[in-house]
Design a protein around this ligand. Structure first.
Ligand SMILES: CC1=C(CCC(=O)O)c2cc3nc(cc4[nH]c(cc5[nH]c(cc1n2)c(C)c5CCC(=O)O)c(CCC(=O)O)c4C)C(CCC(=O)O)=C3C
Length: 481
C-alpha cells in the first residue's frame, strides 16, 4: 500500500448502477470515503428504494416490500444511527410475538422455542398440535441421529428439505421448517442451500452433533445467544422503510441521482477507465470505478462485453418473483383473534398463498386502533405462474384464501397490490461456491465491485454490508494506484 492520500488525486468519478438500498448505501459510502469524488447513481425506474417502498393513505402505513430488518447482523441498525435515525427506530410490539402455521385448514402456533430449524424446548413441542406423536418423538430424538457424512468439510452443503428431514424428521420439516424458510426465501426448499441460508445450523451439527444445542457464552443469556432469529431483534422505522431510503438519498448531491436511466452495457478502455452505455444509446463516463447493485442477471448483461466468464457465472443465480396484496379491514370484520405476527402456509397444504403478515399487530402506528392491516404473499418459486395474473385476480385470490382462515366478513377498506418480478435471488445448493467464483473473477476487474442481495445474504443488513464493502473496495483501490 502506498498510503497515498486521496486528497492529492485528480477528481475521480464513480458510477453506482441500481438505486435500491445496496446501491444507495454504496453511493453514500463513496461520497464519505472519497469526498472529492463525483458519484453518479443510475436507476432504471422513476423512484429510489428498490423493494423498499412505503405507502401511506389516510391513517394507514403499508409496506409494499420488506417491513423491517434484523439487528443480529449490525449493519442496518448502525447505518440508521449514523444517519441520525436512532430516535425513529421502533421495535416490534411485545405482544403476540409468534407465527401461526396452517395445518389441515386450521391455524396453530409454532411451538415456543422453535426457531427456523432449531428446537430449544421440549414441552411446547410435546403440546403442539402441528405434529403427530411420531413426529414429536422423532423431533425429540434428533440428538441421537448421526451427523451427516461430509459435514466436517468446509464446503459441505445440502438442500434444506433433505438436511432438515434427516435431522428433525418429516413432520417437523413439512410443518415447521419448510413453511417459514420457503416463505422467507421465496424458495423451493428442495433446492435451497443450507450452507448459504442457515450456516449456523451446519455449525451446530458439526460442532455439537445436534440442533438442540444451546450455546451459553459467558455473560449472555442463553435465550439471546442461541436465537437464530427472534422477533425481539426486528426493527423498523416509525414512518416506514422509505424513511431510510429518503435519508440516504438526501445525503447525496441532487445532481448525482439519475432516475429513469436504464444501464445497458459497461466497457473499459486501455487505461482501465469505465464507460456506461444507457438504453437510450447515450454514453456516460469515463469512470474510475463502478459498483453494480442490481439483480445478478442484469449485472450479467452489463458485463457481457467486459468479461464473458463473469457474465456466465452471474447467470447461474436463479430468481423468483412474488406478489404482495395488502388488505385493510375494520377490526370488527375479522373474527379470529389476531394473536400472532402472521401465518405461514406449508407447501403440503396446497394453498394459493405463501404467507400472511399481520402488520398492525407487529408494529405500532400501522393502522388506527379500530382497523387492521394484513399483507398476503403469493407466488415465489413454488407458484411462479401466479405473479403473471392481473392485479385484480391476485386481490381476489388473497381475499378468498385469507377470509376463511381469519374468519373475515365483508370487503376490505383498502387493497394495495404490488408485484416484485425476479427480485428474489435463489440461494440453491452450491451457492456459496458459486459466489466465491464470482467474487474471485470480479476481483480481477480493477475498479469494479458487486453489491446487492444476490451474493452473501438477502436481508436488508446484508444488502447494506454489500454496499459498504463495494464502496470500500473502490476507495481502497484508488489509494493504492
Ligand atoms: C413471505 C415472506 C418473505 C419473502 C417476501 C418476498 O420475497 O416476497 C419474507 C422475507 C424475509 N423474512 C426474513 C426473516 C424472518 N422472517 C420471519 C418471520 C416471518 N416471515 C414471514 C413472511 C415472509 N418473510 C412471515 C409470515 C413470518 C411470521 C410472521 C411475521 O413476522 O409476519 C422471521 C422469524 C422467524 C422465527 O424466529 O420464528 C425471520 C427471522 C428475512 C431475512 C432473512 C435473513 O436475512 O436471513 C427475509 C428476507
Amino acid at each position: 500500500m502506498s498510503g497515498r492520500s486521496t486528497d492529492s488525486l485528480p477528481q475521480s468519478r464513480f458510477a453506482v448502477i441500481g438505486g435500491g438500498i445496496s446501491g444507495l448505501t454504496a453511493a453514500y459510502r463513496l461520497t464519505q470515503e472519497v469526498p472529492q469524488a463525483r458519484v453518479q447513481l443510475f436507476e432504471a425506474s422513476d423512484r429510489l428504494g428498490g423493494v423498499l417502498s412505503t405507502f401511506q393513505q389516510q391513517d394507514l402505513l403499508i409496506e409494499r416490500g420488506a417491513d423491517s430488518f434484523l439487528t443480529k447482523q449490525p449493519w442496518a441498525v448502525e447505518l440508521c444511527r449514523e444517519l441520525g435515525l436512532a430516535e425513529e427506530l421502533i421495535p416490534t410490539n411485545s405482544e403476540h410475538r409468534r407465527a401461526l402455521v396452517l395445518c389441515d385448514g386450521e391455524l396453530h402456533p409454532v411451538p415456543e422455542g422453535f426457531h427456523m430449524m432449531r428446537p430449544q424446548r421440549a414441552l411446547p413441542i410435546l403440546r403442539s398440535r402441528l405434529l403427530s406423536w411420531q413426529g414429536k418423538l422423532r423431533l425429540l430424538a434428533e440428538r441421537w441421529i448421526a451427523r451427516p457424512s461430509g459435514i466436517d468439510r468446509e464446503d459441505f452443503d445440502d438442500n434444506l428439505a433433505h438436511f432438515a428431514t434427516e435431522r428433525l424428521g418429516h413432520g417437523a420439516y413439512a410443518r415447521l421448517v419448510e413453511p417459514l424458510l420457503a416463505g422467507i426465501f421465496t424458495a423451493d426448499a428442495t433446492k435451497l442451500s443450507v450452507a448459504a441460508t442457515m450456516p449456523e445450523a451446519i455449525a451446530l451439527v458439526r460442532e455439537h452433533g445436534t440442533l438442540w444445542h444451546r450455546e451459553v457464552s459467558p455473560g449472555s443469556e442463553p435465550d439471546r445467544s442461541t436465537s437464530g432469529a427472534r422477533y425481539g431483534s426486528f426493527l423498523t422505522l416509525r414512518d416506514g422503510m422509505s424513511r431510510l431510503v429518503n435519508e440516504l438519498a438526501g445525503r447525496l448531491p441532487t445532481s448525482s441521482i439519475q432516475l429513469n436511466k436504464l444501464a445497458r452495457q459497461l466497457s473499459r478502455d486501455e487505461d482501465g477507465n469505465w464507460s456506461l452505455q444507457l438504453a437510450d444509446g447515450s454514453m456516460c463516463g469515463p469512470f474510475t470505478g463502478v459498483v453494480t447493485a442490481l439483480p445478478a442477471p442484469q449485472t450479467a448483461k452489463l458485463v457481457e462485453q467486459v468479461d464473458s466468464q463473469l457474465c456466465d457465472l452471474l447467470r447461474r443465480i436463479p430468481y423468483a418473483s412474488s406478489a404482495v396484496v395488502s388488505l385493510a379491514y375494520n377490526r370488527e370484520q375479522v373474527s379470529r383473534p389476531l394473536d400472532a405476527f402472521g401465518l405461514v402456509v406449508p407447501a403440503v397444504e396446497k394453498s394459493r398463498i405463501v404467507a400472511a403478515s399481520f402488520s398492525s399487530v407487529k408494529f405500532p402506528g400501522r393502522a388506527p386502533g379500530d382497523q387492521v392491516v394484513v399483507r398476503v404473499f403469493l407466488g415465489g418459486a413454488l407458484h411462479p405462474e401466479l405473479v403473471d395474473l392481473p392485479e385484480s385476480e391476485l386481490q381476489s385470490i388473497a381475499i378468498e384464501e385469507l377470509s376463511p382462515l381469519l374468519r373475515i366478513s365483508g370487503a376490505p377498506l383498502l387493497v394495495e397490490v404490488v408485484k416484485w418480478r425476479e427480485k428474489m435471488p435463489q440461494y440453491h445448493v452450491g451457492h456459496v461456491q458459486l459466489v466465491d467464483e464470482i467474487e474471485a473473477r470480479a476481483a480481477q476487474l480493477t475498479g469494479f465491485a458487486l453489491a446487492g442481495n444476490a451474493y452473501r445474504g438477502v436481508g436488508i443488513p446484508y444488502c447494506i454490508r454489500s454496499g459498504n464493502e463495494a464502496a470500500h473496495r473502490l476507495a481502497t483501490m484508488l489509494k493504492e494506484v
